[in-house]
Design a protein around this ligand. Sequence first.
Ligand code: ADP
Ligand code: ADP
Length: 223
Amino acid sequence: MLSVKNLVHVYGNGTRALDDVSLSVPTGMFGLLGPNGAGKSTLMRSIATLQTPTSGSIDFDGIDAIAEPEKLRRTLGYLPQDFGVYPRVSAYDMLDHMAVLKGIAGGKERKETVESLLNQTNLWSVRKKALAGFSGGMRQRFGIAQALIGNPKLIIVDEPTAGLDPEERNRFLNLLAEIADNVVIILSTHIVEDVADLCPRMAVLAGGKIQLEGAPAELMERL
Ligand code: ADP
Ligand code: ADP
């Protein structure tokens, strides 16, 4: 369970991007819906320990994200918006390299990890292809494979469906739903349909404040 309490983030120029945000996120897929500028990325980056909030607290299964960020990072998978790839590296080699960085040193364990992630994300057939040649959908699925290295229990996915065609979007969201069995996945998006079908719980963020929180079926008529 992720618990965010009274989170405030004020940027250097005075922009109050998060204004007293509190959220409880249980295991499974959780949709964070909001228009551009709502504060979604700021909240995602704060939970991913990439920026320190002005005030408030973030706790995941007893780990204090602000006091012990390196501990949370060990159980965190993060797929940022617009993540960069090394264009000439193959999907296999990149995952293998990242597994080394994550401390999966044993050759056999690493091979099994990389192969299982490639299969899970349906990228096995393109594992030797350079990342520069990947379609948008393939790229996002590769991003998820990267985020899953080391079996994280908290997965943050920031606006992953932007620019995907409907088929790839569904494929990507279904992949997330498959993973969501016993982990917390937070999916931020400005597309209502992304959260409507697959997220049992959701919240709406606008102007740095949580406007609504609940099950999509209850909230949709109020959007
Ligand atoms: P979203 O992801 O929902 O589009 P963001 O978290 O990116 O929202 O932005 C929330 C608000 O904070 C916006 O008004 C944005 O312009 C502002 N903002 C984001 N990053 C910065 C920054 N580094 N410095 C100043 N303002 C920022
Ligand atoms: P997507 O569903 O994202 O389109 P696919 O795996 O179906 O992903 O393949 C998308 C693209 O990747 C296709 O344009 C195809 O040319 C290329 N591709 C698929 N399999 C291979 C492969 N084994 N080697 C090289 N390119 C491939």
